[in-house]
Ligand binder design. Structure first.
Ligand code: CA2
Length: 162
């Protein structure tokens, strides 16, 4: 387990810049820097990417079949919609850890406040059920940017996906 690809989905380039009450104040550049430090400590070769485009993420996951032994992915908004990313991950043979900065299972609390204001009673189901989790070897959410680091530390122990 030497080569690691970290993928970040749409709008994560805005981390630390917009909506800090949900996603915190750490920027994606800072997350990348921390991941690079930890990769060096763990002896991992890291390639780190962010894309706002579904097809580009699919291309990167396909490339990872040749260039990476493991993937850490925060699919962001595509978590809940993208069969294309799900299929690409299914075709990757190594371990895949899905990371979310926020706790996607608690998002309805935040949303309920918003919907109460507009007098609509709905739960934030869109941000709850990740399609990608079906194919992920492991899922980490709610640890903030530390989730990426936790995933990196877990990888060496993880057996190949069945
Ligand atoms: O918590 C996470 O990491 C998410 O994957 C982030 C996604 C959200 O749709 C998922 O439910 C959970 C959203 C990423 C958008 O990031 C922004 C950052 C700053 C400002 C606006 C969006």
């Amino acid at each position: 387990m030497k080569r690691l690809m970290i993928l970040n989905g749409p709008n994560l380039n805005l981390l630390g810049v917009r909506e800090p009450h949900i996603y915190g104040t750490t920027t994606l550049a800072q997350i990348r820097e921390n991941c690079e430090k930890v990769a060096a400590q763990l002896g991992l070769e890291l390639s780190f990417h962010q894309s706002n485009h579904e097809g580009e993420l699919v291309d990167l996951i396909q490339q990872a079949r040749e260039s990476a032994d493991a993937i850490i992915i925060n699919p962001a908004g595509y978590s809940f919609t993208s069969i294309a990313i799900l299929d690409a991950i299914k075709a990757f043979e190594g371990p895949v850890i899905e990371v979310h900065i926020s706790n996607i299972h608690a998002r309805d609390e935040y949303h309920r406040i918003e919907v109460h204001i507009s007098n609509i009673h709905a739960r934030d189901e869109y941000h709850r059920h990740s399609k990608i989790s079906h194919a992920a070897t492991g899922v980490i959410c709610g640890l903030g940017p530390q989730g990426y680091i936790a995933a990196m530390h877990a990888l060496p122990q993880m057996a190949k996906k069945a």
